[in-house]
Design a protein around this ligand. Structure first.
Ligand code: FES
Length: 103
């Protein structure tokens, strides 16, 4: 039986689950390791990936609120655009892409 405790990750500021189970997924084709129960945003911040979106003016955007309010973390997850990374739990082999709005 795995133990989980919901808590704020001190480094990322996002809610995360403390779990010993590891999940791997892909961001821009790069393999990312995360803890089961973490949000995509928390996992990407932990991996040092800060830019989740490029806005229409070409500016990089990333996690701001971490609680689903600002929509700055929206990216493409499993081919679905405008998905909030902070509100999406990591799943094995999910494919996450930086959302380009400047093209
Ligand atoms: S970081 Fe604000 S909605 Fe995800």
């Amino acid at each position: 039986m795995k133990q989980r405790n919901s808590q704020v990750n001190e480094r990322t500021g996002c809610f995360a689950q403390s779990s010993t189970n590891t999940v791997t997924f892909f961001f821009e084709g790069k393999l990312i390791k995360a803890k089961s129960g973490d949000s995509v945003a928390a996992a990407l911040l932990e991996a040092g990936e800060l830019i989740l979106r490029i806005d229409p003016s070409g500016s990089p955007r990333g996690v701001v609120c971490g609680i689903g309010v600002c929509w700055e973390c929206r990216c493409i997850i499993n081919d679905v655009p405008n998905t909030r990374a902070c509100q999406t739990e990591v799943r094995p082999d999910m494919k996450v892409l930086r959302q380009r709005e400047d093209l």
